[in-house]
Ligand binder design. Structure first.
Ligand SMILES: [Zn+2]
Length: 387
């Protein structure tokens, strides 16, 4: 009986719709080298061997190759040749649709100039996209149009309000810029003005022709407080990423004081990715009711080891505050792997609770559905999945 129940649970998890609550756009026509680069967080040009001879590389050959008409575990060379023969649009269409993702919440912040328009991604995926607005990008865009720090302060509020109207959430990459150890106090107007003057002067003095880059912790806190006091969802990058973050400064527990200080704002915080600090993020969700988390990015990269992060995400966090994401950037392989590997890991972890701990299978299914899409609909207060 239990074996039947677990089989049914696995099949249901295999078929259920997913809401990818944090993903990036796709490259319109990636070359072999761009595909390899998009599969790693490494900054230097990665060697194909580093990428294919890894947990993610094995998963790619296992799960993506058959969707391109190849045998599972086709060689990397055969995979790249099949990809070129089919063309980028057809590959994207096959992989994005096979993911079973019903809606994508797209962060526009990372190298948007290289990526296809959301409408094209939505058409290829046959699934709608919704926008996530990056706080640092909004501030940088405003500063680049201003003639003084005080003009920046004046124009920032309306720019944030406009972005709020166009998007389902804000995101911060504070982990990459100043680290997550942030003074919890809401900056005063005087603090904001003097930080804005200093940022403007520095940009003008050193690199007025280059795009401004926000690293100032006072302005970062101001943006975070603004978003949360407006009742928005704030996605916070936490855990590993590319080499421009200091990993220990990306531990979500470092942000504990600010998380505690913003508990009464009505805003909600979603820690993204979190690996290797999934337990810390789970504890924050356990003690603060406005905290959510996902383990996207890691799931797609960990391949056969993805069970470990899915299991850790269920350690301390209330199940209603765990979310699904792929954090894919640039190539549809990452979308497909994020979805496939999550389904496999969730079925194994929750199926294990049914066999080893007597969980009712229908309740394990309810937990899986929550992570897959229902929790995202509750968090973002909108319907993403159409019946
Ligand atoms: Zn991301």
């Amino acid at each position: 009986m239990t074996a039947d129940a677990v089989r049914q649970l696995t099949e249901a998890i295999e078929r259920m719709p997913l809401v990818d609550h944090h993903v990036h756009g796709m490259l319109p026509d990636p070359s072999d080298a761009e595909l390899v680069d998009a599969l790693t967080q490494a900054e230097h040009a990665a060697s194909p061997a580093d990428v294919f001879d890894s947990a993610q590389g094995f998963a790619l050959r296992r799960h993506c190759a058959p969707l391109l008409g190849l045998e599972p575990f086709a060689s990397p060379d055969d995979y790249l040749a099949a990809r070129r023969a089919l063309g980028s649009d057809e590959v994207a269409r096959r992989l994005l649709r096979a993911s079973g993702i019903a809606a994508h919440l797209v962060d526009d912040g990372h190298r948007p100039d290289l990526l296809m328009a959301d409408e094209r991604m939505a058409r290829l995926a046959d699934a709608p996209t919704h926008r996530v607005a990056r706080l640092e990008t909004i501030a940088e865009t405003v500063l680049a149009q201003c003639a003084s720090g005080s003009e920046f302060v004046e124009r920032l509020g309306p720019a944030l309000e406009a972005a709020e109207g166009d998007s389902v959430a804000f995101k911060t990459v504070a982990a990459h810029r100043c680290g997550l150890v942030l003074d919890p106090a809401r900056p005063t107007d005087v603090d904001v003005r003097s930080a804005a003057d200093a940022w403007f002067d520095e940009w003008r003095a050193h690199a007025a022709s280059a795009r401004p880059r926000l690293t100032d912790p006072t302005l970062t806190r101001h943006l975070i407080w603004w978003a949360l006091e407006h009742g928005a969802v704030l996605q916070v990058h936490a855990g590993f990423g590319d080499a421009d973050l200091v990993l220990e400064q990306a531990n979500p527990a470092r942000m504990q004081a600010l998380v505690a200080a913003t508990a009464g704002t009505g805003g909600r915080i979603a820690f993204l990715h979190c690996h290797p600090y999934v337990r810390e993020a789970g504890w924050l969700a356990h003690v603060f009711p406005h905290v959510f988390l996902d383990v996207g990015l890691a799931v797609g990269v960990l391949g056969a080891n993805a069970d470990s992060v899915v299991r850790e995400s269920l350690d301390l966090a209330p199940f209603s505050r765990v979310l699904f994401s792929t954090d894919a950037w640039g190539v549809p392989e990452r979308v497909l792997l994020g979805a496939r590997l999550w389904r496999i890991a969730a079925a194994r972890v929750l199926g294990g609770y049914v066999t080893a701990h007597d969980w009712p299978a229908d309740e394990a299914l309810r937990v899986a559905e929550g992570i897959a899409w229902r929790n995202a609909e509750r968090l973002y207060r909108r319907r993403f999945v159409t019946a």
